[in-house]
Write a new protein. Structure first.
Length: 585
């Protein structure tokens, strides 16, 4: 079974991976940069507490470089790892300002605020390494411009007197530019934090805990950087404390990222547990198993049914075709070139090709079985719908026949009876003719009553006009045995429910009169837990069965067609008990 859609082959990861030697070389360069920054700090004639400064800067640069190299190796097509490496080296390059050489200090000063702009870029570009929205792009471009352009302006104006880039000795103007620069970067960082917060509140972000923790770490890092710059502008006494906390938070961000990578690797190694779960008795819900394996509780699963030419969920109900949307991605699973199922998941999982491949391959057979079960449920849904439509059509036809009999044949028979009565009362009519007319009227009355019985059997008009309770009272009046009746129903019920309940009582009482040899019977109708419960009991010989006789079987079909259940049994001691439970929907 092919377990991936076109364009999602895992082979591209291997083919596009950077050479391992190149990564080792970059890592060695990062280590040398860290050693060099320590050397610059220890030999500098203007760095206060050099050991602490070197530890703080390397606490940031080394984790970013190491995490970036790991991400680059595992996801070569993703720019995120490369951005992390660049941010780490930028932090190391800024330590050139600790040098005692003028031009080294100048270069270090030029890139001094590049790391905050890169951190903003890295955090907003997670997880793909690409800025997807216009607000993100505008923020990052503005941060780079402020960090580089205004930094050069400061140096030209002589923010560091005597520097090689100084052209105008305007220390006050340089200080004002620096204030504008730091406050502007602070605003941009806070805006970036807000954008991350908007993502964090989204459904797809909040459902993946490792991602949520990482986004929280990114947001905190941006906030601390902004707070650090504001504290520097206004010379807060706690500036050094804020600096230390900021560096600590920024160093934690790549560590949290590594924990996320480890979490994904552990998930891939746990595929065996997925197979054990799928073989359990009873088998668990496939969507739940996949969501747990992929660490994405928001995952949804859809099945393709070619016979219906539609996608359905696990219950067999039609759903919209799975498609990519903001924050969501899809993968279609194929068998012999034919779609079997589709996964709709958090878009951050797109970078976990190995995990997706492993999970979909391990659950391929289960997905095929799930598709077959969904198809079965869809057919059952179609069958139930067809059964419901047949029942509704039958009910409409019964009502039509009842109206035709009532408005047609019955009315004509009543008119004929009246006409015969008038003829019998006429003085010109002889006694013999009167006798025969009276006999004809009696036969006509009998026929009319039988016709009314037929009309009631087709459809009880009293039910449509006055409701279930009145209709049952009319049945009680014609009961073949003494009857105890209790009806506890508030107001009118759905028409199909009233008709089904009426026929349960009607057919049961008919059987009592014909077969039960009972001395009495009882009827109870009540609503309970969203359904109507109808019970008919008698003290006869018992033995009724839905499999014997078309009347009870048809009654059971009628109840089941609207989602109810009919049970008929003979309790200990004799008699028959009929119980119908009909949902009120």
């Amino acid at each position: 079974m092919a377990a991936s859609a076109p364009g999602l082959s895992a082979s591209t990861d291997v083919a596009g991976s950077p050479r391992l030697g190149a990564l080792w070389a970059i890592g060695a360069a990062g280590a040398l940069a860290a050693v060099g920054s320590v050397g610059l700090a220890l030999t500098s004639d203007h760095v206060v507490r050099p050991v602490l400064q070197a530890v703080l800067i390397n606490w940031i640069t080394l984790p970013f470089i190491v995490s970036g190299l790991i991400a680059w190796r595992r996801r070569p097509e993703n720019r995120f790892g490369k951005l992390m490496v660049l941010a780490g080296f930028a932090g190391g390059l800024s330590t050139l300002q600790w040098s005692n050489a003028a031009w080294s200090v100048a270069i270090g000063n030029v890139v001094d605020l590049m790391p905050p702009a890169l951190f903003l870029h890295v955090f907003l570009a997670f997880p793909t390494g690409r800025l997807v929205g216009r607000p993100e792009r505008l923020l990052v471009v503005a941060a780079y411009l402020v960090a580089v352009v205004l930094q050069v302006v400061k140096l030209v104006l002589g923010v560091n007197p005597g520097g090689p880039l100084e052209l105008f000795a305007q220390a006050e103007a340089a200080a004002r530019v620096e204030t504008v620069q730091l406050l502007t970067i602070s605003v941009l960082l806070v805006a970036g934090m807000i954008l991350l917060g908007v993502r964090r509140r989204g459904v797809t972000w909040s459902t993946r805990r490792p991602l949520a923790l990482l986004v929280d770490a990114f947001s905190l890092g941006l906030l601390m950087l902004a707070l650090l710059f504001v504290a520097g502008v206004f010379a807060w006494p706690v500036l050094e404390t804020i600096r230390h906390v900021t560096f600590a938070v920024l160093g934690l961000a790549p560590i949290v990222f590594l924990l996320g990578l480890l979490d994904a690797r552990l998930a891939r190694s746990d595929i065996g547990a997925v197979l054990v779960q799928l073989r359990a008795e009873p088998a668990p819900d496939l969507r739940t198993v996949l969501a747990r394996a992929l660490h994405d509780p928001s995952l949804t699963l859809a099945y393709w049914l070619p016979q219906f030419d539609s996608w359905v969920d696990g219950a067999g109900l039609p759903i919209a075709p799975p498609q990519r949307s903001p924050g969501r991605a899809t993968r279609v699973v194929y068998a012999s070139g034919t779609p079997v199922a589709a996964l709709l998941f958090d878009s951050s999982l797109e970078d976990e090709h190995e995990l997706l491949d492993a999970v979909t391959a391990a659950t391929g057979i289960a997905m095929e079985n799930g598709r077959l079960q969904a198809e079965l449920r869809a057919r059952l849904q179609e069958l139930e719908g067809s059964r419901q439509r047949v029942l509704e059509a039958e009910q409409r036809e019964r009502q039509r026949l009842e109206r035709n009999l009532h408005d047609g044949a019955q009315q004509r028979l009543v008119a004929l009876s009246l006409e015969l009565g008038l003829l019998g009362d006429s003085p010109a009519t002889g006694s013999t003719v009167r006798t025969r007319l009276a006999e004809a009227r009696r036969e006509l009355a009998t026929s009319l009553e039988e016709l009314r019985d037929v009309a009631r059997g087709i459809h009880p008009a009293v039910l449509s006009g006055h409701g279930l309770e009145v209709a049952l009272e009319s049945l009680a009046a014609r009961s073949p045995v003494p009857l105890r009746m209790s009806v506890e129903v508030d107001g009118r019920l759905p028409e199909q429910v009233e008709v089904a309940a009426y026929y349960v009582v009607c057919e049961s009482l008919t059987n009592v009169g014909k077969h039960a040899h009972a001395l009495s019977a009882g009827v109870r109708v009540a609503t309970s837990a969203g359904q109507v419960v109808v019970e008919v009991v008698d003290d006869g010989v018992g033995g009724a069965d839905t499999e014997r006789g078309s009347g009870l079987r048809g009654l059971a079909d009628r109840v089941e067609a609207i989602g109810g259940q009919l049970r008929i049994w003979t309790p200990e001691g004799g008699g028959t008990r009929v119980r119908a439970e009909i949902p009120c929907r």
